[in-house]
Design a protein around this ligand. Sequence first.
Ligand code: ACO
Length: 406
Amino acid sequence: MSEFHVRAVAEGEQRACLELLEQALHAKPISDEAWAKMARTWPAAGKFAAFDDHGTPVGIASSFGTELTVPGGRKLATAAVDGIAVRADWTRRGILTAMMATQLEDIAARGVPLAALHASEGVIYGRFGYGVATYGKGVLVERPRARLRDGLGRDGVVRFLTPAEAVERVPALYRRFTGERPGFAARPEMWWPGFFERVVTGNDGYRVAVHSGPDGEDGFVVYQTVDMRDRQAPERGALLDIRELHAATPRAWAGLWRFLLSIDLVSAVAGRGRPMDEPIAEMLTDPRAVTTTEVIDDLWLRLVDVLAALQARTYGTAEAVVLEVFDRQLPDNNGRYAVGQDGVDRTTAEADLRLDVDTLASLYLGHGLFSDLVTAGRVEVLNEAAVARADALFHTVRAPWCGTFF
Ligand SMILES: CC(=O)SCCNC(=O)CCNC(=O)[C@H](O)C(C)(C)COP(=O)(O)OP(=O)(O)OC[C@H]1O[C@@H](n2cnc3c(N)ncnc32)[C@H](O)[C@@H]1OP(=O)(O)O
């Protein structure tokens, strides 16, 4: 059997790696034209690949640098893992395992405390220390029944942007969003061409509209129209499928929803991966006009430097707890941490709760409760009184949400 070896991707090898990624994700092959646009978003830096004996890439692990907001508002350097694949004729031979080890060691060596990804499947990344740290909900709003409460969302103006205008204006607008919600991801310059420009200038019919309030442009929505008409239900109009909707103020948020729900010949407005606490039903006169269609795991988080990550966030009001953390891939993280409102440090004190690093990652941004993960067998309790304290320390008022796909 042929062997593979993992090393950093060299300049000039990126396109072959991207082709391998697109093939593994069952996407269309990359044309020369598409590659010309994408090349600048796919630098060799931050990429590792597995190569066969002939030097052909058979696996890719890519990441780029971003920042995530952690509870309390600090922005923490994060490796956004945006492309993982192994060629189908090379799977289940340990290539992903080898690439993840190299990638994690590299991220740790560079002093980046967090890594994050969106997973294609739920069974892959827990073994590498990633835990589900944010969730998103799918919503379907039936337009004929949906009326916004009086006065809501009427203060501003919404207008369409051409694709070229959207490419030029939306990145600057996005920088207005301060991202205080835990889990919120910054979008570095290199994110925009591959994940935004390609979508809004492509042939899939995406439209972009911006909301303007008293301080200028303060929100935008990107959506696609899906034709729902059929012979059985000729009265049905289109479905508006929101790709993203961001607003700097509650008024801008309501204004964008009002706009979407006012468009003619539309039977429903749908969104996926919306914040779990987005108050859509609450803004309508008939809350039953909204159906939650799904809840999806959104951001998978990896605490690469557990001490730095724990020290970066703030905590609720409760007495400190001692957590004993186990990390198979990055053993420097193994040990006990005293976590409290007054700070976090390593300790030799007896542990209250024992857990794996992926479980701690899933609690880190404030989603979920230690007590539920005790029930689920994910947290070992050595001191019963510490469970409620850990809940109070870690849980956040706002549901964490990432808001950016990568
Ligand atoms: C962040 C992102 O980019 S998400 C996109 C991820 N990529 C894809 O889904 C593309 C299609 N799939 C693939 O490319 C590959 O199947 C990968 C990357 C998911 C897995 O690569 P492999 O090299 O086969 O993984 P590897 O051999 O190292 O397996 C490690 C372990 O994970 C398990 N595993 C890996 N992938 C899967 C899977 N899809 N389903 C179930 N188990 C899996 C293996 O069985 C193995 O378990 P073991 O340690 O108990 O033996």
